[in-house]
Ligand binder design. Structure first.
Ligand code: HEC
Ligand code: HEC
Length: 143
């Protein structure tokens, strides 16, 4: 009975230990204002990689370069592109949340109907004019 108690309290101790590790706030990232502050490194990396593909740029397009150290200062807000990107993130999330929740079973996180790529198509500034007018914009033509 004694040893069972020891095992049980040990199990509780281990579980609490794991919980404590998992709930420790992520102190890796210093200046997140839009993304959740406790986002995992893996998730943040995926999002940043998407930005580079969707806009056809590399990391230094939004992130300030420390020329002496030849590295990027990711937490710095000195490049205006970064602040614009924050606004664009909010806008994109807003579009998905408020205009694409067609029923209660589907939430915005699952749909992501609109992404950076929807408008940017791999470029920094989306085209404003249609290059080739194929269909009349005033009728839905499907075949
Ligand atoms: C289109 C602009 C853009 C591009 C390109 C981009 N980022 Fe970011 N990045 C941001 C924005 C905006 C934030 C801040 C998000 C927030 O405030 O929640 C950020 C935050 C970060 C952070 C967290 C910094 C901190 O400590 O607060 C890291 C690390 C990071 N980016 C790495 C990268 C890497 C690596 C790449 C290239 C693969 C990259 N980023 C490409 C816009 C960009
Ligand atoms: C609904 C369409 C749309 C979506 C979605 C969108 N953007 Fe944009 N974005 C634009 C337009 C249009 C411009 C150009 C505005 C202008 O003419 O100055 C722009 C400009 C930008 C710029 C500044 C480009 C420059 O060099 O001046 C950045 C950075 C940017 N977007 C990042 C993003 C990121 C990151 C996302 C995804 C989170 C995103 N955008 C999603 C339409 C969009």
């Amino acid at each position: 009975m004694k040893s069972l108690n020891v095992i049980l309290s040990l199990a509780v101790f281990i579980l609490l230990g794991i919980a404590a590790v998992e709930h420790q706030p992520n102190d890796k990232f210093k200046n997140l204002q839009v993304l959740p502050k406790d986002i995992t490194e893996d998730s943040l990396d995926k999002i940043m990689d998407r930005f580079t593909v969707d806009l056809g740029v590399d990391c230094k397009y939004c992130h300030e370069r420390d020329k002496k150290a030849d590295s990027l200062i990711f937490e710095s807000d000195n490049k205006p592109e970064k602040e614009i990107a924050r606004k664009m993130m909010l806008m994109t999330a807003d579009l998905n949340k408020n205009y694409f929740q067609f029923n209660e079973e589907v939430n915005a996180a699952q749909v992501q109907a609109v992404t950076c790529f929807t408008c940017h198509k791999g470029t920094q500034i989306p085209e404003k004019e249609k290059k080739v007018v194929k269909n009349s914009p005033f009728s839905i033509q499907r075949n």
